[in-house]
Design a protein around this ligand. Structure first.
Ligand code: CP
Length: 310
């Protein structure tokens, strides 16, 4: 499509598997689809007759809804399964759930799961294309792609930028996908957060660990904050949220250290008053809702490309 190259991936399991050319191709395709969402009739026949199943084992507002919106805007038939109302509550395994879903011949399965590797596991049991909508602390590739798209829209390039990522890096699949994606596109990623929430070996992903919040944010083109994921912490890893906010929150003063036109980003959901005060989350530099808008376009592109279109 937009780049005139082919897209070779049957499944989207992580940014790790996507080359620079793949990312350029996906973003160009998403760019060409974005306009559809601004039409009065927001529907094209591109995926008519295709069956898409949303299999979300963890809560989601943005990802699940935007995959469904994307599929419906392309005329696909979509179905949602949530674990609380599925036979997993009766002890059915993920493999058996997958085999049974596959027997109904879906074309695409979108999965969110608390276990890293669950989407890869699913590919062994289904004929359908599998898209990872977030697996444990591993990856969230569609979020990484929509973050790249949002920055590219505002900066025109992804090369040579300073990206600061602040917060709970250890539990964040978004951080992993963003670090891989931004570094692959030529940006430099600087991270900062509580020592207990920085995973060992983070430098191997290509990010630089900073000694202070000021070092991370100074002259940044993008300040990305992450939510504290208390649901993934068996033991408390923070003294208190108030303390966290004081040491790691992006106040207006901290933001003033970044470039004057720096973008404030957050994958959501935002803990208002913890990682971002309202005046920054809703301020003129915030592109948080642009990220959500671009999520639909990126997910339309992924659905289109995994179906062999290019
Ligand atoms: N960014 C993100 O994954 O949000 P949801 O958990 O609401 O899908």
């Amino acid at each position: 499509m937009a780049t005139g190259t082919t897209f070779a991936h049957r499944h989207i399991l992580g940014m790790e598997q996507l080359s620079r050319e793949d990312i350029v191709h996906i973003l160009a395709t998403a760019d060409s689809f974005k306009e559809i969402s601004t039409r009065s009739i927001k529907k094209v026949p591109t995926l008519r007759g295709h069956t898409i199943i949303n299999l979300f084992f963890e809560p989601s507002t943005r990802t699940r809804l935007s995959f469904e919106v994307a599929a419906k805007r392309m005329s696909a038939d979509t179905f949602n399964i949530s674990p609380s109302t599925s036979s997993t509550t009766k002890g059915e395994t993920l493999a058996d759930t997958a085999r049974n879903i596959s027997a109904m011949h879906p074309d695409i399965i979108i999965i969110r799961h608390s276990c890293s590797g669950a989407p890869l596991f699913l590919t062994r049991y289904v004929q359908a294309a599998v898209i990872n909508a977030g697996d444990g602390a591993h990856e969230h590739p569609s979020q990484g792609l929509l973050d790249l798209m949002t920055v590219k829209e505002h900066r025109a390039t992804l090369s040579g930028l300073k990206i600061a990522i602040v917060g709970d890096i250890a539990h964040s699949r978004v951080a992993r996908s963003d670090i891989i994606g931004f570094t692959r596109m030529g940006s430099e990623v600087y991270i900062y957060g509580p020592a207990t929430l920085i995973p060992k070996g983070i430098n191997q992903l290509g990010a630089t660990l900073c000694a202070s919040l000021e070092d991370a944010v100074r002259d940044a083109d993008v300040v990305m904050t992450l939510r504290i994921q208390r649901e993934r912490q068996n033991d408390p890893l923070l003294p208190s949220l108030r303390e966290y906010s004081r040491q790691f929150g992006i106040s207006r003063h901290i933001l003033s250290l970044a470039r004057p036109d720096a973008l404030v980003m957050h994958p959501g959901p935002v803990n208002r008053g913890v990682e971002l005060p309202p005046e920054v989350a809703d301020g003129p530099q915030s592109v948080i809702l642009d990220q959500v808008t671009n999520g639909v376009a990126v997910r339309m592109a992924l659905l289109y490309l995994v179906m062999g279109n290019s």
